[in-house]
Design a protein around this ligand. Sequence first.
Ligand SMILES: [Zn+2]
Length: 381
Amino acid sequence: MRVLRRGDAGPDVAEIRSALAAVELLPAVSGADGYGSFDTAVEQAVRAFQQRRGLITDGVVGPATYRALRGASFHLGSRPLAHLISAPIHGDDVFALQERLTELGYNAGRPDGAFGPQTEHALRNFQRDMGMVVDGICGAETVRQLRQLSPRASGGRPVFLREQEQVRRAGPRLRGKRIVIDPGHGGDDLGVVAGSLREADLAWDLARRLEGRMKATGMEALISRGPNQSPSEAERAQFANDAGADLFLSLHNDGSASPKAQGVASFHFGTGTGTTSTVGELLAGFIQREVAARTGLLDCRTHPKTWEIFTRTRCPAVRVEVGYLTNSEDHRRLSDPAFRDLVTEGILIAVKRLYLLGEGDQPTGTFTFADVLAHELAKAE
Ligand SMILES: [Zn+2]
């Protein structure tokens, strides 16, 4: 498909318009208007849809937004669902199935709205447990059974409880833990550019500083790209999966048309309707607290998102947007290498706090790199 944006016209724009009308973000298309153009109203509606779905809010219809828009018209039971290798099924109905299976205690992976092998595996286990025909197809009878049951596990989503258990079992030491550090953008993709600062370079600089600190504590820190490369989000996730990473940390800076926008924000996997990576959320929260306390950057909080980088990584993942390059105060701070050291120290302490799971609690912002090293050495004895 071609990428659609404001100013475009044609039958594919008409399709986008009717999909937006179906989710009540645009008034229904009138007959005379049938062909449709991508005007400001459509752009606004696309943005509203992207915001609601945790997609990147740019008002442009690329592959991810297009797929989500098409999938939005399906609800569980409106069509049979199965794992089709040649033409994978995407949609809100698949998402609802994954959420339901997860609630019931089956490991359907991270709900991402795509019917893959793991969804099929979970569905087959469900069918087996229910004494149904085990065909891996979600048809009318399966939907009926799914609706009948009350959740087996309340107070936590099993997939994500498993994540938490892994962190607990991994113990409090950093030594030996494998972290993939992912500097955003790179190569031809500069990210946000403002004055003398370019996001791709800053992300690289922050990644190298973090890598150095992590290695000093005995962690295995791997960087997801070369200094001049710009892998896709899927490739970055694959890198972490192939490395068997314990955690994935993506580093970015933000930019805005408004020069007033400023601060640090962290993102983790979550649908916004209750399904959340608990470890991702916990780590994002620690990063926010530590970085904001140490640097004075405005705390723009943590946010659940269904970005590809989160649905594809198998380990807990967090993306940090460190400051707005388009804000004069944040810009000034980020230009200072000593400030960038403070940022990476905050992130390292946040990772340490995650593995301490609240033990040996020191007030936010007071735990130092030296403390971490001392702690690691004490544990090693
Ligand atoms: Zn970025």
